[in-house]
Design a protein around this ligand. Sequence first.
Ligand code: PMP
Length: 393
Amino acid sequence: MVVDVDGNSLIDFGSGIAVTTVGNSNPRVVAAVAEQVAAFTHTCFMVTPYDGYLRVAERLNAITPGDHEKRTVLFNSGAEAVENAVKIARAHTGRQAVVVFDHAYHGRTNLTMAMTAKNMPYKHGFGPFAGEVYRAPLSYPFRDGGLDGAAAAARAIDTIDKQVGATNTAAVVIEPIQGEGGFVVPAPGFLAAMAAWCRDHGVVFVADEVQTGVARTGALFACEHEEVMPDLIVTAKGLAGGMPLSAVTGRAEVMDAPHTGGLGGTYGGNPVACAAALAVLDAVEEDGLVERARAIEATMVPRLRALQQGDARVGDVRGRGAMIAVELVRPGTTEPDAALTAQVAAAAHAEGLIVLTCGTWGNVLRFLPPLSIPDHLLDEGLDILERIFRATR
Ligand code: PMP
C-alpha cells in the first residue's frame, strides 16, 4: 500500500516502475542499508574497493543465464548501464553500429535517447542524437498479424543485413519483454533466432533486463523463458529495492575488452546500494519470489482474459509473471485507444489503485505489483479494475 499526504491508501500495481519488487521498506533491505550506512557510505570503488561490490558482482555472475566465466560492472541507473554495455560491445568487436528495435526504451541519456524509439516525450527537442544506432522491426504478435518468431526474426535480420551489415554491427540490444514500449512479448523463437544470428556473426547480444530482471517475470531473468543466453545482460530497477544501482554482467572475454580505467564513475556500485542489492537477492531466493511472480500471473491473467471476453475494448492481454498488461483498442479493430487508457488509469487512481500506462500509442495499461503483495490486495486491485471497465462502458 502507498499512503498519500492526505492519508489515502492506494494499492500499488506500479512498484515505482518495477523497482520495489521485494516491497517497499522490505525488512531485510532496511536492516542491510542501516548497517551499511553506519559502517561507511562511500569510498569510490575505483579508489578503495570494498567487498559489497564484489559480492554483488559474484552473485550476478552466478545467477545470470549460462555457466560460462562472467564479469560484472556496476553503475547507478539503467541508462548508464545500457550505455556501458554498448561501450563494452564496441571495444570487444572493434565495430560501431548498434541495432535496437521498434518501440524500444533504453533510457534518456544522449546515447540511450537515440536507442529509444518514441519521440514524445522522450526525445522531442533534445537532439542531435548519437550516431550509429539503427532500428529493426520487432516481433509484436498483436500487431504483426501473428507473424511467428522465426519469420519476425528473418524480417529483422533482413533489415540489419540491408541497412547496417553484420560486419559493422557491434551489438544487438533488446528488451526480452518490452517495458515502456507496451509490455510486448515477442513470438516464441524470436529472441533465440536473433541471439543465434548474433553468435554466427560475432555480434554481441545484449539483453536489456532493466525492467524484466530479478524475478519480475516469473524467472530470475526474462531471457530464461526463451532459453536465451545473452552475451551481456543489463539489470537495474528491481536489483536494489529502490537504491540506485545498475549492472552489466556478461562473458568474461567481452567484458574484459575495454582498457583499464575505461569504465567507471564516482558512485557506481555505491556500498549502500550494494548492501540493498544483496538483501534483495536474499529475499528473492529465501522468500520464493520467482514462484510468487508466477502465482501473481496465475491470478491476474485469467481474470483479465475474462474481462477481455466481455469487453471488446480489451484487445490483448499479455505479459509474464508480475509484468502483465492489457492493450486497449476501439472494439473490433487494433486501433489504439489512448483516451480510454488514460481514463481508466485516472479512475483507478481515484479508486485507490496505482496503475501505469505505456506503449508507443499510450494505449497499454501495465501492472507491476510488488512480488510481496498479499493475495487479498491483488484481488482487490483487480476488482477495482473490473468495476472501472464496467463503469466506463
Ligand atoms: N531500459 C529499460 C528496459 C527500462 O525500462 C528503463 C527504465 N524505464 C531503462 C532502460 C532506463 O533506466 P533508468 O531510468 O534507471 O535510467
